[in-house]
Structure formats: C-alpha cells, structure tokens
Design a protein around this ligand. Structure first.
Ligand code: KG4
Length: 319
C-alpha cells in the first residue's frame, strides 16, 4: 500500500504544506508572512498566526493540486506540534485535526527542530549507518548542536542561552537598515575585505551566547566609522568562527562521528557553507536551499523516516 503523507508546518511565520508519496516529494508549498513582518523588522507572533489562518486552506489546496492526488488518497497526517509560537502552532494543529477527522486518520506529531535535523534527507537517501552524526541547527528561533544516535535518541550538546543566530543577524540587519530578513541581506553584502576585531570567543565547551555580539555591533554602528558591509561581514565571521570552535570541540569529544548535518534558515548562508565544507576533520551536509527555511516537506520526511524505520508503533492507516 502507498504511503501518502501530508506534512503541515506552521511553527513560526511560514505556512508550509507538503505531500510525500513513499518517501518522494510530490508537492511542497510555502507561503511566508515576511512582507507583513518586515514593516516591524521582525516577527510579530499575532500577525503570523493570523496569516496562517488566512492562507492555510489555500496552501493545502495548491499542494493537493500540484501533487495530482485526491484528498482521500492521503494515508498519514503529520504536523509540527512543538516548539514554536503558540498561536501559529495552534492553527496547524486545528487544521491537521480537521483533515484527520474528515479522513478518519490519526495524527503524527513532529518536533520542528528534529525535522530540521533530517531536512537534508528530503531529497537525499538516508541509510541507517549514517548514525551517529552531529547536527548543527541554525535558524531564526534556534541554535544548537546535537548528537544524533537515532530518530528518537537525540542529545542536545550545546544551545544558545540567549538569541538564536538568525535572530541576531536579523537584528543587526535592522540596525544597519538592510532589507528584512537581515540574515539574507547580510549574506548578499558579505565581503572578504577589511575586518573589525570584535572580542574573544568563549571557551569551546561554553554555551552559545550572542547577546554580547549584538550589543558590540550596535556600539560599532553608532561610531559611524565602518561601512555596512564591513560591520555585517565582521559579525558574520565572528559567528562562523564561534560555530567552528564549538563544532570541532564536540567532534574531538565524539571521535566516532564523521558527519555533520546542518539545517535551519541560516544554513543557506554561503560563507557558512564554504567554511564548514572546508573543514578537513568532518564532512558537512547542507539541505537543498528551498528546504533550509521552515517547510512542510521536512515534516512529511521525518514522519516517513519514522514510519519506515518502525519508530511509530501503529501505522495510523485508514480503517
Ligand atoms: O529556519 P527559519 O526559516 O525559521 C525560523 O526559525 O524562523 O530561519 C529563518 C532565519 C532568519 O533569521 C533569516 O534571516 C535567516 O534564517 N536566513 C539567513 C539566510 N537566509 C535566511 N541567514 C543567513 N544567510 C542566509 N542566506
């Protein structure tokens, strides 16, 4: 019997829905509330939730049409249950529940962060001997390194105690008056030219912290001594160095690990990709660009991997 999985992602500002048949993506539609949020230079939770409400039905219909299936063909429904903005998560949950009631299916709850970890495998095959690996997740809401032993055995080794990297880049971008989202704009104006000497990195085994960088950069902007591009590139370089220091520390602690999977919106950053792919100690894998940001495909993919690897007890198939 075919596995036709509906994946629903609404944890933040992107409304993402995808349909996957036997592990292959049939359609993946994402609507983003960037245009609404950009007026404020960041995500306004209430506006994002209202946006999901307004467009989720439309995203779903487009997805069904592109996948060339009938609603009745769906055999599994997976949705993001945590973590995320409460209003946004609720819309996805209610929508998933409605379809589940209509089709008489049970729901598969998916953790958003774990879905990011496996997003590289949306369009690359997964073999079990890929375990154990390290995951580096860098997004607008999260920054962490995890040791991934299995689908349900994931140990967070380090995470930010304050801002996530995407959030810091967006705030620096806003202070520099760059178009929203700042992370993407900073990628565009990155140069290899002059560098501002910022401050020393914390010890490799310390938790990630980026609030100090944010304050330092704001002070530098106020000095009006450097160009936007020099400031943005120096901040990004500092962040990348910090990620490398910590990643190399955990690689030395877990010598069996040979692979690092990177994920989340910031993993689309070209300089980050170049530097991590240049590491000789490890092989780094980055998701295809359209899967770096929040999307429904990663929710459907993790559900599919869990089903095919018997990590979901019952297969929730239609009666
Ligand atoms: O994973 P994601 O879609 O969702 C949230 O967690 O919100 O990540 C969004 C973040 C934003 O902060 C955005 O600035 C950042 O990803 N981003 C980038 C790039 N593209 C998106 N940061 C650096 N370089 C990029 N090319």
């Amino acid at each position: 019997m075919n596995r036709i999985i509906l994946g629903i992602e609404t944890s933040c500002d992107d409304t993402g829905i995808a349909i996957m048949k036997n592990g292959k993506l049939l359609s993946n539609v994402t609507f983003t509330s960037n245009d609404i949020n950009k007026k404020y230079g960041g995500i306004v939770p209430e506006l994002s939730a209202r946006y999901h409400c307004k467009c989720i039905d439309h995203v779903f219909k487009q997805c069904i049409k592109k996948a060339k299936i009938r609603i009745n063909d769906i055999t599994h429904i997976a949705y993001t249950s945590e973590p995320g903005l409460i209003g946004s998560l609720h819309i996805g949950k209610i929508f998933a529940n409605q379809i589940a009631m209509l089709l008489d299916l049970e729901l598969i709850k998916i953790n958003h962060n774990i879905a990011h970890i496996f997003s590289y495998f949306i369009d690359h095959s997964f073999e079990k001997d890929f375990f154990p690996f390290l995951a580096l997740i860098v997004s607008g809401g999260n920054t962490f390194i995890a040791l991934v032993l299995n689908f349900d055995n994931i140990k967070i080794l380090n995470q930010t105690v304050d801002d996530a990297i995407g959030e810091v880049l967006d705030k620096i971008g806003r202070a520099l008056e760059l178009p929203y989202p700042g992370g993407k704009s900073i990628d565009k104006i990155f140069t290899h030219g002059k560098r501002i000497n910022l401050f020393k990195h914390s010890l490799a085994n310390n938790k990630f912290s980026f609030a100090g960088l944010k304050t330092k950069i704001l002070n530098i902007i106020n000095q009006k001594k450097y160009s936007k591009s020099t400031i943005a590139s120096s901040a990004l370089n500092w962040i990348i160095d910090d990620l490398k220091i910590k990643l190399l520390y955990y690689l030395s602690k877990y010598p069996l690990v040979k692979n690092v999977v990177v994920g989340g919106g910031v993993s689309a950053n070209r300089q980050l990709q170049k530097e991590l792919q240049g590491l000789k100690e490890v092989k780094c894998f980055f998701p295809t660009k359209i899967f770096t940001n929040d999307n429904g495909a990663m929710i459907a993919k993790l559900a599919d991997l869990k089903i095919t690897n018997h990590k979901i007890e019952k297969c929730f198939v239609k009666k």
